[in-house]
Design a protein around this ligand. Structure first.
Ligand SMILES: [Fe+2]
Ligand SMILES: [Fe+2]
Ligand SMILES: [Fe+2]
Length: 421
């Protein structure tokens, strides 16, 4: 792609999007980063090159890329060896292997819950010695984080010896004896644990970002990465499969017909893919509730577009994408949420995204109802436009292209971006 509508550093984008993964912890939103820091500290002690240390930090940040639901996250933190842990490892592998800039992480992610005594029996064609070490290091520090999680914030130092003992007891079975030794040495230092406090985490990440080489991704690479994250969000609930993908496709289609320039069409497509990122912090029970939400649940649900803004607005080059994505529940009449912006602040791109969001949600099949036929969706959009909840000129555009719009909003099986294992 010759044009670069978004000028960003790829690692900066990845670091910001990894915040979304950590949101699945709801009240504890730093699991991936703590795993990354512990892995990097062990790497330094092993004397590995700086590039490998950075790789291990990034791998730690992204290792749970296959986890969307708060329920899965809970099992992984509350149980030392959860029976079903391989499911998210396989999903993470499937998401990463196709994306060249991160494909080196696919194999270590696949084996980050595999016991060492089994890992070393696998053929090198499946997992090399280096990949086995990377995977097992992540497994080890991931389990350290699960063991320490109840004590972050209060009394951690009273429990460090128990955590270390638990890991020591599993040398040779769960973990490589050599890695256990490294961890036991690294974790003798108080600083190892102090680095896991929220303020230190930020500094650690900042330092790594300012040292590494920067890389300007192409639009196609940014799109691929956004598709991966859209998939994580959409997979969170059976109610929303491929919702973000459909919204992005329809938003682009409408924008092109509304005369939006190519560069902004590209950006809007990314905004569509990422608009519901903040839903990762919504508990499964609220997102999957078949009936109407009560007032308290509604308040929690309505935080999601603000969380999307929090994740995206700090990325250099994503300023407009962040606003368009975060405004997808704002309304021309000023009664939307969470910012209550006024009509004049709602750009055409933000208005398009809102129309596309509602259109896709109504047209898609849900477990409790079939998708609405196109003319019924249009009827609803018209009513919303009369109440100043949608832009009437865009609803007219939907009407003009209704047959195409419905096909574009509902990607067919051969248009799905992943063959998941
Ligand atoms: Fe995991
Ligand atoms: Fe994990
Ligand atoms: Fe939303």
């Amino acid at each position: 792609m010759a044009n670069l509508p978004v000028k960003s550093d790829l690692r900066h984008v990845i670091y910001a999007l990894s915040d979304a993964l950590d949101l699945v912890g709801i009240d504890d939103v730093a699991h991936g980063k703590r795993v990354g820091i512990m892995a990097a500290e062990c790497s330094k002690l092993m004397g590995l090159p700086e590039a490998e240390t950075t790789f291990l930090f990034d791998l730690g940040m992204l290792h749970d890329i296959g986890v969307s639901t708060t329920q899965t996250h809970h099992h992984l933190v509350a149980e030392f060896d959860w029976q079903e842990s391989q499911v998210h490892a396989e999903l993470g592998y499937a998401l990463l292997r196709e994306f060249a800039p991160l494909s080196r992480m696919a194999i270590p992610v696949r084996y980050h819950h595999t016991h060492w005594d089994r890992l070393i029996t696998l053929p090198a064609a499946e997992v090399t010695a280096q990949q086995a070490q990377q995977a097992n290091l992540i497994f080890l520090v991931d389990r350290v984080d699960a063991l320490a999680a109840p004590w972050y914030g209060s009394g951690l130092f009273d429990h460090i010896e128990d955590v270390r003992e638990h890991i020591r007891a599993n040398a040779g079975s769960y973990f490589s004896p050599e890695l256990v030794d490294i961890f036991l040495t690294a974790s003798k230092a108080e600083a190892f644990w102090l680095l896991l406090e929220p303020r230190s985490i930020q500094n650690y990440q900042h330092d790594l970002l300012s040292h590494g080489a920067s890389y300007q991704p192409t639009f196609d690479e940014l799109k691929q990465l956004s598709v991966i994250f859209s998939h994580i969000v959409d997979a969170k609930s059976p109610f929303t499969a491929y919702h973000s993908l459909g919204v992005a496709r329809l938003a682009r289609f409408l924008a092109e017909r509304a005369g939006v320039n190519q560069e902004n069409c590209d950006k809007l497509e990314l905004a569509g893919l990422l608009h519901d990122l903040g839903k990762l912090r919504i508990p499964d029970e609220i997102l999957d509730k078949p009936g109407k939400l009560d007032a308290h649940e509604r308040l929690i649900m309505n935080t999601h577009s603000f969380e999307t803004y929090q994740i995206l607005h700090s990325i250099a080059g994503f300023e407009e994408i962040a606003l368009w994505a975060a405004y997808h529940h704002e309304e021309p009449g000023g009664k939307g949420y969470p910012f209550h912006v006024h009509e004049k602040e709602l750009s055409i791109e933000a208005r398009i995204l809102r129309v596309a969001d509602i259109f896709q949600a109504m047209a898609q099949d849900r477990p409790y109802r079939a998708g609405w036929p196109a003319h019924e969706v249009l009827g609803l959009l018209k009513e919303l436009a009369i109440d100043e909840r949608l832009d009437a000129s865009l609803v007219a555009l939907v009407e003009k292209y209704l047959d195409q719009a419905i096909k574009i909003a509902l990607p067919g099986p051969d248009e799905m971006p992943f063959r998941l294992v």
